[in-house]
Ligand binder design. Structure first.
Ligand code: DON
Length: 303
């Protein structure tokens, strides 16, 4: 396949969405993102890396980090996590409090904010440095030593983080946090505020396409855990739009309010697309359009 030409075609589809969507501003430091930016990259299991547009420009990965913290917990043999968090789609916005109250402090899945807080808490207990572990995994897989946490974004989110603090306190009141609320929030904001490019994220997500094998060939996850993570990505990775994302793109994927979407073609490649303007569910309009165009043109989908 001529991946570069296919990515250029996908970028044309993304550019056609110009003017649609809104940049996230509930974290004030994200509001200054360039609405015209767009990038897309592919990293194949046979070692090719291609990209178009702003594919090497770092952006705030936000909830894409939730995928890597989950993987690190599972890689530490953290199967007991599933007693503290479910794996069903929530059908609710990513920061909703409602279900948590009705469901006794057990978040529906690891990708909504409540679930990700539980995962971060577990990773903190297992390693002592949840945000640092996520950053190191991304650095190692991308081979990019400059990949770093944007402290201004972390501080901006913390200063406006009442909703996440409410979720964390609610979890704590149900005995579903092992560490102090403040510590869990600090690590959660720290992992969300990592800045990485489409190139970095496509390389970092490649193990999910490669049955759990890292870029150098070492095993990060068992083949069946890689399959399970892909399944949870497909059903829960794009929140209350997971059905629409599966319908249009047909791949496991994880979005973030920085505008990035990482998607996995099992057995083949990881793709990352980025454009900062979001739809109502918090998923990038341009990135979803580009992934839709790519899988439609190539037939590279799980269906
Ligand atoms: O906690 C938050 O609201 C953000 N740090 C992350 C949310 C996010 O990226 C949701 N994804 N689309």
């Amino acid at each position: 396949m001529d991946y570069e030409e296919l990515l250029r075609e996908a970028m044309r589809a993304a550019r056609a969405t110009a003017g649609r969507g809104r940049i996230a501003d509930y974290i004030p430091a994200l509001a200054g993102a360039d609405p015209h930016a767009f990038g897309m990259a592919i990293a194949t299991v046979d070692g090719q890396v291609h990209g178009v547009g702003d594919w090497e420009r770092p952006f705030s990965i936000q909830s894409v980090s939730k995928l890597f913290s989950l993987v690190l917990v599972l890689a530490h043999g953290g199967d007991a996590l599933w007693r503290r968090v479910g794996r069903e789609p929530s059908g609710n916005p990513f920061n909703s409090l409602v279900q948590l109250e009705n469901e006794q402090g057990i978040p529906r899945n690891p990708f909504i904010n409540a679930g990700a807080l539980v995962v971060t808490d577990r990773l903190l207990s297992l390693t002592g440095d949840a945000a640092g572990q996520v950053r190191e995994l991304l650095r190692a897989e991308s081979g990019n030593p400059d990949l770093a946490t944007d402290r201004d974004i972390a501080a901006s989110e913390a200063a406006h983080g009442h909703l996440n603090a409410a979720l964390a306190h609610f979890l704590a009141s149900h005995g579903n946090l092992e560490n102090e609320v403040e510590q869990v929030l600090e690590h959660y904001y720290g992992q969300c505020a990592i800045a990485a490019s489409c190139r970095d994220l496509a390389l970092a997500g490649r193990f999910l396409a490669h049955h759990g094998l890292r870029v150098g060939g070492a095993r990060l996850l068992s083949g069946s855990d890689a399959k399970r993570v892909n399944a949870v990505l497909l059903t829960c990775g794009t929140y209350d739009a997971a059905g629409d994302f599966a319908y249009r793109v047909g791949l496991p994927g994880k979005s973030g309010v920085g505008g990035g979407v990482l998607a996995v073609v099992p057995g083949r490649a990881a793709l990352c697309a980025w454009g900062p303007a979001l739809d109502a569910a918090g998923n990038s309009v341009a990135a979803v359009a580009a992934l839709d165009a790519f899988t439609t043109a190539t037939g590279l989908s799980v269906f």
